[in-house]
Design a protein around this ligand. Structure first.
Ligand code: S3P
Length: 163
């Protein structure tokens, strides 16, 4: 079974969707941020603060090469991961990439950014980051799904495009 790879802006709901999808399809859910935190023994904010974003991106790239060699995974990717071809490239080769699309204003207003170093910015900077990333997400995506009012409905929408 090839992998399912969920990409999209921070706070769009990738981790929840990955968990629900994995349950439904009897696959294993993994989350790149959580795996990096577990391996490093420190939180994402600590990695950014102590070692810098470049270090974090290298950890992401290393992890992607590993995950791409596995099968049967639903992979929730960190929001910035698709910006590096050496991260998303191997994952795309390993499976189907789904871009989970959610209005960035909705994210900004409703999602807790406490543990997201790049989320603690003014609205305009957040929207600008989204504008830069959105075409990249779209370019790597095999499928695009807009999030719905509930996680269960979003799950149904993803299952529908995968059929
Ligand atoms: C990031 C998103 C985060 C995490 C890190 C950087 C980004 O993941 O990888 O804070 O660059 O958008 P989520 O998308 O799970 O918040």
């Amino acid at each position: 079974m090839r992998n399912l790879v969920l990409i999209g802006m921070m706070g769009c709901g990738k981790s929840t969707a990955a968990r629900l999808l994995a349950q439904e399809l009897e696959l294993e859910a993994v989350d790149t941020d959580q795996l990096i935190e577990a391996r490093e023994g420190r939180s994402i904010p600590d990695i950014f603060a102590q070692s810098g974003e470049d270090c974090f991106r290298e950890l992401e790239a290393e992890l992607c090469r590993e995950l791409a060699r596995r099968e049967g995974l639903v992979i929730a990717c960190g929001g910035g991961l698709p910006m590096r071809p050496d991260c998303i490239g191997p994952l795309k080769t390993s499976g189907t990439v789904v871009f989970l699309e959610r209005d960035p204003n909705d994210i900004y207003d409703n999602v807790n950014m406490e543990h997201r170093p790049l989320g603690q910015v003014e609205r305009e900077a957040f929207l600008e980051r989204y504008r830069q990333r959105e075409p990249v997400y779209r370019r790597w995506a095999d499928r695009v799904v807009s999030t719905r009012a509930t996680a269960a409905e979003t799950l149904e929408a993803i299952l529908e495009v995968l059929r």
